[in-house]
Structure formats: C-alpha cells, structure tokens
Design a protein around this ligand. Structure first.
Ligand code: FAD
Ligand code: NAI
Length: 475
C-alpha cells in the first residue's frame, strides 16, 4: 500500500531539505526523497551544496588559504616556519569529513522535525484524486502519495560539446573537489564563480593555473570597478586569466589535456595541462523525474517553468532552487523552499529577489547585493556613489590585508541604497549588513549614522555610506 503525505519534497539539497523542515514545522506530514549516495552507498542529503558545492569548496578554500598565509604572509608577522609541506590527500579527507558532518546534520534535523526520509530516485507516476503518485526507486521500491509536491532536483555541471566529463582528466566541480595531489599545470574553462574559486585553491597549493574565459570582460555581471580591482589582485597572485578567448579542439590524453584556443587578438594558441576543469555554468536537472507522466512544463533550458511564487503549471506541484529560473545559489533555493512551505500552509511566503547577496569566496572576497553601476546607467536611474578603500581601515591594516574597497550606490533623490559592492577581506560577512539595510529600504545616511565597532572592517561600510554624501572621516 502506498504511504500518504501532505507534502512530498523531491530532492534533499538546500531548496528541498529546508522546504521539508519548514513544512513539517507548520504541521504537515512530510516526506523528502533524495538519491545522493555517499562513498559507501548510504544516504548523503544536502545536494550539490553539501556534497560537491558550497561546503566542500569552502573547506578547500580554507585549507589552501592557511597554506598561502604560512607560505607567503606569516613572515611579515615575524613568524618563521621551516619544512613546510602540503598533504593534499589529507586536506581532501578533512573536506570529506566536513561534508559528512553536514550530511549527518540534515538526517538529524529530519528526525527532529519528523520528516520521513526516503533514499532513492523519485519519479512521477500519475496524477490521482487529490494529489500525485510518486515512485521511489532505491534499495527497495516504494510508492508514495502526496497532496502537494515540491520539486527541488537542482542542477548539473554543463559540459563542453564533444568533451564529456571523465572526472579523471576533464573535471566538473565533482572531480575538481576530489583531486588528491596538486597538478603541475591546471587549466580551467570559464572564469565564473567556480573557475575563480577552484583556480584559487589549486594555485595556492602550487599549481600553475590558466583560466580561459570566453567573454571579453572579467566578471561581466559584477560592478566593473570592483571586478577590475579583483582582477588586479588575481594577476598579482599569478592566476593567469585569458579573456575573450575561443576554445577550439580539446584532445584528452592519458597524462595530459591539450586545448587549442584563440586569444582576443584572434591568434591561435595551445594549452597543455595535467588536468582540465570545465566550469562554464550549470543546467537544471530533471533527469529521471518523468515529468511527461503528469505534463509538468519544462522550458528549452531544461528548467521547470514556475511563476513568481514557484507554482508550476500543475495544481499542487511547486518547484524551487536551481531547477527553476533565477540565480543558482543555495540561499536563494532555501528562501524559495521556506516560502513555498509557508504558501502550502496558507501563509504568505516571501522572497525578495532584489536583495539576494552574491559572494565569490576568493582572496580577496567579492560580495555584492542590488544593482551595479552599469545596471543603474542602463536603467536610467540617477544615483550617487561612495567608495572607501580598505587601505584606510585600521583593522584591515592590522590584519595585513588592505586590498579592495566598499562601494555604495544610492538613489540621487531619495538616498535609498540601490547596491553595495565589496572586494576585500571578509566581504562575505560585511555584505550581510548591506542586505539587511536594503531589505529595510534604508538610505546611505541610515548606515552613515549607525555606530560601528572600532576597529572593524565594517567601519569601511559606514565610511562608504559617508562617502556617498562626500563626508568620509578617514579618507
Ligand atoms: P541541489 O543542491 O542540487 O540538490 C538537489 C538534490 O536533488 C540532489 O541531492 C540530487 O541528488 C537530488 N535529486 C535530483 N533528482 C532527484 C530525483 N529524481 N529523486 C531524488 N532525488 C533527486 N551556492 C551558494 O549559495 N554559495 C556557495 O558558496 C556555492 N558554492 C558552490 C560551489 C560549487 C562547486 C557548486 C557546483 C555550486 C555552488 N553553489 C553555491 C550553488 C549551490 O550548490 C546550488 O545553488 C544549490 O545546491 C541549489 O540547491 P537545490 O536544492 O536547488 O539543488
Ligand atoms: P558561471 O556562470 O559563474 O561562470 C561560467 C563562465 O564560463 C562565464 O564567465 C562564461 O562566460 C564562461 N563560459 C561559458 N561558456 C564558455 C566557453 N565555451 N568558453 C569559455 N568560457 C565560457 O558558472 P560556474 O562557474 O560554472 O558556476 C555555476 C554556478 O554555480 C554559478 O553561476 C553559481 O550560481 C554557482 N556557484 C556559486 C558559488 C558561490 O556562490 N560562491 C560558487 C560556485 C558556484
């Protein structure tokens, strides 16, 4: 006999597991189905984010940053370290441990919130009276009946046409996070978020890294003043980024990969590397979901079609996270998951797409919220701009990390903050204050009048706000 639920969530990534927990908190009888397997074949909920995305990449970024600090910066503090070495396999094993802690944490949260977890692949069977029949194929087969279905099946790495991932020589994010030795020469296609984060990890550990980027502008979606500052820092670190390239034939050998490419001047080039990471974006994932069985609408990119509230074309079927439109970010998936669970429970779930922060966890970190200067110009919005360099911040000088700046953009008439763009130390943490300010529709004057602790990096945000009104105190 089939098991009946008020809500069945398909996918246990940040969109799915958070939706399941919130729906259970609101009194619903909830099932969450996820197919991810750990090395032993057991369940590993948390999706891309936990297993091969946000969490493992940040673990490796932290380890490699420690190595970089000891190698190049401890000397400035009078600390001399002799006989320094790097055990990449141990670093990767630590990363696996961090991932497991998160997998176990989610299983614990399911128990705590009485969410029934099923390990296996879920697919639509048919619409039934008052809901949908879902088949789960795992170690055993189950049939579930759900009144409401939330699809949160995430995304997969996009491969270059004709060059499939083998995760040995040509790597997606999965292989890039699992290398147990440092390649001498590493190539990456795409200098987006993954290209920069993964390129930074392996450069810090000693690889000679070359990133080939198709677009002529570096980080085209980022405020260009901030992107230029970041590029300067990456150039100085020796991260080689070629812009405006055309990637041609890729020959994959047993020991090396040969990439033919054309530079921005149209000159033919070749790049021979030990490993090639392809990070050219991700595609929404509906593989094996059997959307045809119920007529769930998918667009030409493979994304499930939803409205602003994550409703699909089918009554009682919702979709959230990477499998729908919008930025492919864990916190965006979570916000949508919470909002959908609340809508199912008759509440008014809310996601403010204008205040979703972005962070690139390189060194310097890059973080932003709201519109860039280019966007404001395109939109014809009159704005004021204020910048403050970390060079003039006492805490940044004490840390020994004065790269970058905070840039604030505010409406020329109302002074409402329209965007904040940061490149520099701890930008990932500093952006939170700016997101909160924008959520409350604060003005730059509001931030300028808030008392910030001294000495702290956050004083740079206050000074950037003062700079909007041309009255910085420390610059
Ligand atoms: P996913 O996390 O992809 O989860 C989907 C889950 O559904 C998976 O477990 C999958 O196995 C399961 N599934 C799919 N189909 C079925 C089925 N039919 N039956 C059962 N289960 C199924 N975002 C950030 O915000 N910050 C970061 O720092 C960050 N770093 C990243 C680093 C890397 C290398 C990558 C690749 C991504 C990163 N992201 C980051 C993006 C983030 O991982 C995604 O936006 C996020 O995981 C999307 O969540 P989701 O729940 O929509 O999907
Ligand atoms: P991306 O969209 O960030 O960057 C892809 C880059 O590849 C772009 O600059 C694009 O111009 C370039 N490109 C595309 N096709 C190309 C080609 N044929 N030749 C050369 N260059 C080409 O995608 P990425 O880095 O794969 O990451 C996927 C997504 O994962 C991100 O968009 C983001 O949503 C998420 N992510 C988020 C992180 C974070 O929040 N810190 C970290 C890592 C990933």
């Amino acid at each position: 006999m089939s098991k009946q639920f008020d809500v069945i969530v398909i996918g246990g990534g940040p969109g799915g597991y958070i939706a399941a927990i919130r729906a259970a908190q609101l009194g619903k009888n909830v099932a969450c189905v996820d197919e991810w397997k750990n090395a032993k074949g057991g369940p590993a909920p948390g999706g891309t984010c936990t297993n091969v995305g946000c969490i493992p990449s940040k673990a490796l970024l932290q380890s490699s940053e420690h190595f970089e600090q000891v190698s190049h910066h401890f000397g400035d503090h009078g600390i001399e370290v002799k006989g320094l070495s790097m055990d990449a396999a141990k670093m990767v094993a630590r990363k696996d441990g961090v991932v497991k802690q998160n997998n176990d944490g989610i299983l614990y949260l399911f128990k705590k919130n009485k969410v029934s977890f099923f390990h296996g692949r879920a697919s639509f069977v048919k619409a039934v009276d008052g809901g949908y029949e879902i088949k789960v194929a795992g170690t055993s087969e189950e049939t579930l009946l759900g009144q409401q279905i939330i699809v949160a099946t995430g995304s997969n790495a996009r491969a270059l046409p004709g060059t499939p991932f083998d995760e040995s020589m040509v790597l997606s994010n999965e292989g890039a996070l699992a290398m147990t030795s440092v390649p001498k020469k590493l190539g990456l296609i795409g200098s987006g978020v993954i290209g920069l984060e993964m390129g930074s990890v392996w450069r810090r550990l000693g690889a000679e890294v070359t990133i080939l980027e198709g677009l002529p502008d570096f980080l085209g979606a980022v405020d260009q003043q901030i992107a230029k500052e970041a590029k300067k820092a990456f150039d100085k670190q020796g991260l080689k980024i070629e812009l405006g390239v055309k990637v041609g034939e890729i020959k994959v050998g047993k020991k090396s990969v040969n990439v033919a490419w054309t530079n921005a001047k149209g000159e033919a080039q070749t790049l021979e590397v030990d490993k090639l990471i392809v990070s050219i974006g991700r595609v929404p994932n509906t593989i094996g979901l059997n959307v045809e069985a119920v007529g769930l609408k998918v667009d030409e990119r493979g994304a499930i079609v939803v409205d602003g509230d994550c409703r699909t074309n089918l009554p009682g079927v919702w979709a959230v996270g990477d499998v729908v439109r919008g930025p492919m970010l864990a916190h965006k998936a979570e916000e949508e998951g919470v909002a959908v669970a609340e809508r199912i429970a008759g509440q008014h779930g809310h996601v403010n797409f204008n205040t979703i922060p972005w962070v690139i966890y390189t060194s310097p970190e890059i973080a932003w919220v709201g519109r860039t200067e280019q966007q404001l110009k395109t939109d014809g919005v009159a704005y004021k701009s204020g910048t403050f360099p970390f060079l003039a911040n006492g805490r940044a000088r004490a840390l020994g990390d004065t790269t970058g700046m905070v840039k604030m953009l505010a409406d020329a008439t109302t002074d409402e903050i329209l965007g904040v763009h940061i490149v520099g130390p701890m930008a990932s943490e500093l952006i939170a204050e700016c997101v909160l300010a924008m959520e409350f529709r604060a003005s730059s004057e509001d931030i300028a009048r808030v008392c910030h602790a001294h000495p702290s990096l956050s004083e740079s945000t206050k000074e950037a706000a003062l700079a909007v009104d041309k009255r910085t105190l420390n610059f």
